[in-house]
Write a protein that binds this ligand. Sequence first.
Ligand code: GRF
Length: 192
Amino acid sequence: ARLVVLISGSGTNLQAILDACKEGSLHAGVAAVISNRREAYGLERARQAGVPALAVPKRKEVDRRDYDRALADQVAEFEPDWIVLAGWLRLLSMEFLGRFPGRVVNIHPALPGTFPGLDAIERAYAAWQRGEIDHSGVMVHLVPDEGVDAGPVLGQERIDFQPGEPLESFEARVHELEHRLYVDTLRRLVTG
Ligand code: GRF
């Protein structure tokens, strides 16, 4: 299967996917990596892996829909089977999503219906400290429309908080789970 991966930052989820493709544990190939930020380290990870790496920055004077249409055109060039959002931090409009119905997936470091949007890990940790929750988790879902971190769930796994655990330790466990869950979920998708 051909994947195009969209990133905005460090790209550790991308790295997990690149590694799995290379070692053959994921029968897919990353056709391109596209970032909305030139300085995203994930673009360097793509270059290191010999994968086309494109920066498509959103200039403020460009209308959001025009940007999404141009982005979709760039993505379509690579003829992807799946568009994989991995730390992609822009909301995608139907200008983009409508071009790839049923084929855009996203990972979010919280369980379905909880902590949508940015800083989900920190917000879950704070809720635990307030005694509001005793576990959190990670989910992979389809992105059918402009709902933030919402859509049919393809994979999810819970993480229990450990008493006295500092945020950094919890965050590291969340990212480890993300990397495993994304590869496992994509494996199920590409094998149909
Ligand atoms: C990850 O927690 C991802 O789920 C969130 O952004 C974080 C950074 O991911 N959307 P990455 O290291 O850039 O893959």
